[in-house]
Design a protein around this ligand. Structure first.
Ligand code: B16
Ligand code: MG
Length: 214
């Protein structure tokens, strides 16, 4: 019986995944190659530095640690510009209704985002009060697909992993949820998120009654 729903942030609650893509694409262009939407799937859910390592791998480039730090800082400044301009209405449709249904059913709600900017996004959307526990990129050592972020969320929520369901848009996030021993709702396309228990195109399209069948 599910006792808690744990939500990823970027790409699940709001389309900040697109802002990450725009910022990484801009950096790739500066480095002299194009970042395609397909290649971008590998960047979703993983930390900023891991994303940069993947970008350099895609471009067949090598850079020193100092150069990488400077590039990650530049990408983050562009991303922060996007999210500072974000409006509360950019939250995906159906999210607050889904939160209300979860609450009515007596379940807890957690947030598990790899982002170190999660606080800013939550503040812009005005939704931090919905969560019983928040875990972000500043609180973990190992990035998704490591299960650390979800195991920490479950422990903060006071629920065992087998009683949790994770909502994730990233391949790395689905893998992390399964490695944590949790159920997973994939947000996106089946071809990319086939390892999830169910895949829906958007979080708001998830049929709450499906939770009761898990
Ligand atoms: P930052 P999520 C993740 O957030 C993003 O999916 C991923 O693309 C990004 O690299 C990561 O956060 C780190 O973000 O650079 O803001 O610390 O999907 O786990 O909410
Ligand atoms: Mg995500």
């Amino acid at each position: 019986m599910i006792q808690a729903c744990i939500f990823d942030l970027d790409g699940v609650i709001v389309d900040t995944a697109h802002y990450h893509f725009l910022a990484w694409r801009r950096l790739a262009a500066e480095l002299g190659f194009e970042l395609t939407p397909e290649a971008n799937e590998r960047l979703k859910g993983v930390s900023r530095m891991r994303s940069l390592e993947i970008i350099l791998e895609i471009g067949g480039l090598q850079r020193s640690r100092e150069e990488m730090d400077a590039m990650a800082t530049r990408k983050n400044a562009w991303f922060v510009e996007y999210i500072e301009a974000m409006q509360a209405h950019e939250i995906f449709p159906g999210i607050t209704d889904l939160f209300a249904k979860i609450r009515q059913a007596g379940m807890k709600i957690g947030l598990a985002s790899s982002s170190k900017n999660a606080d800013t996004v939550l503040r812009k959307l005005g939704i931090a009060h919905h969560f019983d526990a928040i875990v972000d990129g500043t609180m973990i050592i190992h990035t998704k697909p490591d299960p650390e972020i979800f195991l920490l969320s479950a422990s903060k929520l006071g629920v065992v992993p087998a009683q949790c369901v994770v909502f994730e848009d990233a391949q790395a996030g689905v893998e992390a949820a399964k490695r944590a021993g949790m159920r997973c709702v994939g947000i996106g396309k089946k071809e990319q998120l086939g390892a999830a228990d169910i895949v829906v195109a958007q979080t708001g399209a998830f049929d709450f009654s499906a939770l009761l069948k898990f």
